[in-house]
Each structure stands twice: as C-alpha cells, then as structure tokens.
Design a protein around this ligand. Structure first.
Ligand SMILES: Cc1cc2nc3c(=O)[nH]c(=O)nc-3n(C[C@H](O)[C@H](O)[C@H](O)COP(=O)(O)OP(=O)(O)OC[C@H]3O[C@@H](n4cnc5c(N)ncnc54)[C@H](O)[C@@H]3O)c2cc1C
Length: 265
C-alpha cells in the first residue's frame, strides 16, 4: 500500500469540503472494495476521507410506500431489517446474498452503488425497483445513475447520502453466483408495480447492469414465467470469462428471470 493522508470528518459538509479539496482523494465507507485495491496497488489515493463518523448516514426508514436506506447502512443490517423484510422482502434477501458474513458486516449500500461493480447485486435492485440515489447535491434516478463499468453519474467528490426504493407489489431476485467470490455470474431482479414490470440484469453486461426490455414487455401483458417462453437474451454485449461465456450467461438470464417471476412476492 502507498502512503496517504487520513481524514475522519464529523459531518457530510466537512467530508464534501475535504473531497473537493483533494481531487485524488477517495471516500472510505466499508472498505471492502477500496482497501483491497489499495493493498494490491491498483489504487493510490492521495487522501482517504473516512465516512465512519457520519452517524446521520446510517439507518432505514419506511414511509409512504418508500424504503429509504442511508448510505452507510451495512448489508447485514438490510438483510436483517424487519421493516425491509416486510416492505420489500426481495431487497432483504438480496442483501443477505452479498459475499460472505465478513463482507456483509462491513460493506455498505452506498459503497456498493457508488462502486458499480458489473457483478454487484444492489445495482440490479436499484434499476428494477426504480430507486432514487440521493447525494449531498441532488437526487438521481437509477436509470440515469449507472453509466458503465465501475462508472456512475456521481461527480468528483459527490457523496451518496441515501437510496430510496418505492415499494413494489411483488419482486424477487435470483442470483447465479460464483462459488468462490460469491459475486453474481448472472443476477436478475424482477419487480412489478401496478401495470409496470422491470427486469434488471447484473453480472452479465459488458457495460454493467442493464434492463431487459423485451422481457419487461412480455411480462407487462402476462406476469408469469410462461410469458417468457420463447423469449431469449442475445449473447451480444455480454461478458465472457473463465467462469461463463456470453452464450451461457445469455441462457442463465432467461432461466433466472423465469425463476424470479415465479418466486415474486
Ligand atoms: C470477498 C468479497 C466478496 C464480495 N461479494 C459481493 C457480492 O456477492 N455482491 C456484491 O454486490 N458485492 C460483493 N462484494 C463487494 C461488497 O459488497 C462491498 O461492500 C462494496 O463493493 C463496496 O462497499 P464498501 O462500503 O465496502 O465501499 P468502499 O470499499 O469503502 O468504497 C468503494 C467505492 O465507493 C466509494 N464510496 C463509498 N461510499 C460512498 C458514498 N457514500 N458516496 C460516494 N462514494 C462512496 C469509495 O470512494 C470507493 O470508490 C464483495 C467484496 C468482497 C471483498
């Protein structure tokens, strides 16, 4: 690891000022992604701005049909939250599928969404549920937030403060995981709200998470696994790696989408 300056601000405003002042600095949340990349010398931030003192950025609220999860809330907290389990059981289940207990005990929803790993789970929930990502500067709809591989609409030093998820009528997340890393080889989140259906796919796209609009159209007229019979995902634009080639991932997207529709509640 290279040397860096360490800061522990007491307020979001102070963190934002530090982030603005140190263009090569990095915000630190759970550290589950940032610290390994620093240890491997793949990242060498000049300054680390540790958010851990910002108690305002922790907690979950369910109000007026919206679940709002503050950015520093850990995966384990979401997985175990009685409020989330009641309002959006699929979201609690998703959080419980992230990594292993050590990762879930440190990793945060804000860090996961800001990192936008192409195999991360939360981005699929954000897209399918029509979430809004709130920052210290603005509110960004999920459809505009995830820009590409490890890329988001966040500006330099912009801090995610919370994420709000409208409660759907039904939803489910199905993950075909890498048995070693536990990241998604393919993950499909399906959500139904009124006449609207969203299907978001993670782990597969070469530009990261995406919506499967053909599946959405089929499910809007008939929300059943059978509605996806004969529908297929093209392998074009999907990742191939040692774990799964693009054709296999395309096949898995169809399988996981059907399972998610059948299990949606
Ligand atoms: C072994 C292992 C297995 C894993 N398996 C999975 C998995 O199955 N599914 C999955 O989804 N993830 C998985 N992860 C990743 C995990 O979910 C991390 O928690 C997540 O990627 C990053 O969250 P963090 O809080 O640790 O962020 P950090 O590592 O602290 O930060 C990550 C990035 O986000 C930025 N950032 C952090 N917080 C904010 C904020 N509030 N506003 C703006 N920017 C911010 C940081 O500057 C940094 O660039 C795994 C990680 C490991 C190490």
């Amino acid at each position: 690891m290279y040397a860096f300056n360490y800061h522990k601000p007491a307020t979001v405003a102070e963190a934002a000022t530090l982030a603005g002042k140190h263009a090569d600095g990095k915000l630190l949340a759970g550290g589950m992604t940032l610290l390994p990349t620093m240890k491997q010398r793949l990242a060498s931030p000049s300054d680390i701005i540790d958010l851990s003192k910002l108690g305002d950025l922790r907690g979950i609220e369910v109000k007026d049909g919206v679940v709002t999860i503050k950015a520093l809330t850990r995966h384990v907290t979401v997985a175990n939250s009685a409020e989330v389990k009641k309002a959006i059981p699929a979201l609690a289940e998703l959080a419980g599928m992230i990594g292993d207990p050590a990762v879930r005990n440190r990793g945060t929803i804000g860090g996961s969404v800001a990192n936008n790993d192409p195999a991360a789970d939360y981005p699929a929930a954000c897209l399918a549920l029509g979430a809004t990502i709130h920052t210290n500067k603005r509110s960004i709809p999920a459809d505009d937030f995830f820009v590409g591989l490890f890329e988001t609409a966040l500006g330099e030093g912009e801090i995610i403060t919370s994420i709000s998820f409208p409660v759907p009528d039904k939803a489910n997340y199905q993950k075909f995981r890498n048995p070693a890393s536990r990241y998604a080889i393919v993950g499909v989140f399906v959500a139904k709200k009124g006449a609207d259906v969203s299907v978001a796919v993670t782990g597969a796209g070469d530009s990261g998470v995406f919506r499967q609009k053909d599946f959405e159209a089929a499910l809007k007229s008939n929300f059943s696994a059978a509605a996806l019979d004969g529908k297929s995902q093209s392998a074009a634009g999907l990742n191939s790696d040692i774990h799964a080639d693009a054709e296999y991932r395309a096949h898995l997207i169809g399988v996981m989408a059907k399972r998610a529709v059948a299990a949606a509640k």
